[in-house]
Design a binder for this molecule. Structure first.
Ligand SMILES: Cc1cc2nc3c(=O)[nH]c(=O)nc-3n(C[C@H](O)[C@H](O)[C@H](O)COP(=O)(O)O)c2cc1C
Length: 295
C-alpha cells in the first residue's frame, strides 16, 4: 500500500527574518516563496522535511517541528574533515573477511546505524529499514538458509533444464557468470563443509538494509546508508564485508525474507557482515583509474 507521507512544513518567525531569501533558494520543493520581502510557507503540503531552510537561515528565523535545527559545532565555516583525511578513510576501508569472536556491543551498533540515518535519500524519504542479527544461533540459521539457496542455484546451473529456466528469470549473462563461478563456489562449499564460514566469515553481526521496491530510489538509499555505516564502523575500529550473495538469497527465497520479517513489498538492497577485524592492513590497495568520458 502506498503510504502518504506525514507533512510538517517549516514555520517562519517573521520578526527574526532578515529577508535574505536563502531559505527560498535552497528549498527543493517550492514550499517557500517571497511575499512582502519575507519568505512565506505557500505550499506546506509539498514539504519533504529535508530541513535545509532552517539549517541555512542565518537569523534563527525558521523552526522545524517547533524547534531550531541542531547547531553545527563547526558553525558551517569549514568542512568537518580535510580532503586528505577523507581520502585516507575511503582508501583504508577494506572488506574484512577475518574477525575476532568478540561480540559488537549494542551501543556501537547503534552508533553505526546513526551514520546510515544521515545518508541522502531520494525525496528525503528516509525509507531505509534495517535488520540486525547478533545472535550466533540466528546468524547460523541465516547462513544455513542462504547456503541452501546457493546450493539450489548452483545445482540448476549444472543442468541444461535448470540453466534454461534460470536464464528466463535472470538472463543469459547471469547464468554464464554463475557457470563461470562454479569452480570457486565448489572450493567455498568444501571449506564451509569443513567449518570455515566463507559466507559471513564468522562475523558476530549481520546487517541488512531493505526498503519499498516500488520506490526507484530504494536501491541507492539502502546502499548509501550501509556504506555510511561501513565507514563509521571502520572509524570505530570495526570492519565489514558487503554480501551480495545474501542480498540475492533474501530477494529470491521467500522463506528467508519472511524469516527476517521483511515485508513482501520490500526488497533487500544491501547487506553486510561486521565485527572486529583480527588482522591489520599495513598497506593500501590500488584500483583502476576512473572510466570517464570528458565532454
Ligand atoms: C554489492 C557488493 C557485494 C559484495 N558481495 C560480496 C560477497 O558476497 N562476498 C564477499 O566476500 N565480498 C563481497 N563484496 C566485497 C567485494 O569483493 C569488495 O568490495 C572488493 O573486492 C573490493 O575490496 P575492498 O572492499 O576491500 O575495497 C561485495 C561488495 C559489494 C560492493
Amino acid at each position: 500500500m502506498l503510504m502518504k507521507r506525514e507533512v510538517n512544513p517549516p514555520k517562519v518567525i517573521e520578526s527574526l527574518c532578515i529577508g535574505c531569501e536563502r531559505c527560498v533558494a535552497v528549498c527543493p520543493s517550492f514550499v517557500l516563496d517571497m511575499a512582502d520581502e519575507k519568505p512565506k510557507v505557500l505550499r506546506g503540503e509539498w514539504c519533504i522535511g529535508c530541513g535545509h531552510c532552517g539549517a541555512v537561515c542565518p537569523s534563527e528565523a525558521i523552526l522545524y517541528h517547533e524547534r531550531l535545527p541542531e547547531k553545527n559545532p563547526n558553525g558551517g565555516e569549514a568542512q568537518a574533515v580535510s580532503p586528505e583525511v577523507l581520502d585516507l578513510l575511503i582508501r583504508e576501508r577494506r572488506s574484512v573477511r577475518n574477525y575476532t569472536p568478540d561480540p559488537v556491543p549494542k551501543q556501537i551498533l547503534e552508533k553505526i546505524l546513526e551514520a546510515g540515518r544521515y545518508g541522502p535519500t531520494g525525496t528525503n524519504s528516509q525509507n531505509v529499514h534495517y535488520v540486525v542479527l547478533t545472535s550466533p544461533d540466528q546468524i547460523e540459521q541465516l547462513r544455513e538458509m542462504t547456503l541452501r539457496f546457493g546450493d539450489q542455484i548452483f545445482s540448476r546451473v549444472q543442468s541444461w533444464f535448470g540453466s534454461f529456466f534460470l536464464s528466463l528469470v535472470a538472463g543469459e549473462k547471469t547464468v554464464e557468470y554463475l557457470r563461470d563461478s562454479l569452480p570457486k563456489m565448489m572450493v567455498a562449499r568444501e571449506q564451509i563443509n569443513r567449518g570455515k564460514d566463507r559466507l559471513f566469515f564468522h562475523a558476530p553481526a549481520v546487517m541488512i538494509a531493505h526498503a519499498e521496491s516500488w520506490d526507484s530510489s530504494s536501491s541507492f538509499n539502502c546502499s548509501v546508508a550501509l556504506y555510511n555505516c561501513s565507514l563509521m564502523a571502520h572509524a570505530l575500529g570495526l570492519g565489514c564485508c558487503f554480501n551480495g550473495f545474501l542480498v540475492n538469497a533474501v530477494n529470491h527465497d521467500r522463506k528467508i525474507k519472511r524469516w527476517l520479517s521483511i515485508p513482501a513489498d520490500h526488497r533487500c538492497y544491501s547487506a553486510m557482515a561486521l565485527g572486529y577485524p583480527n588482522m591489520k592492513y599495513e598497506r593500501l590497495v590500488s584500483r583502476h583509474p576512473p572510466k570517464v568520458m570528458w565532454h
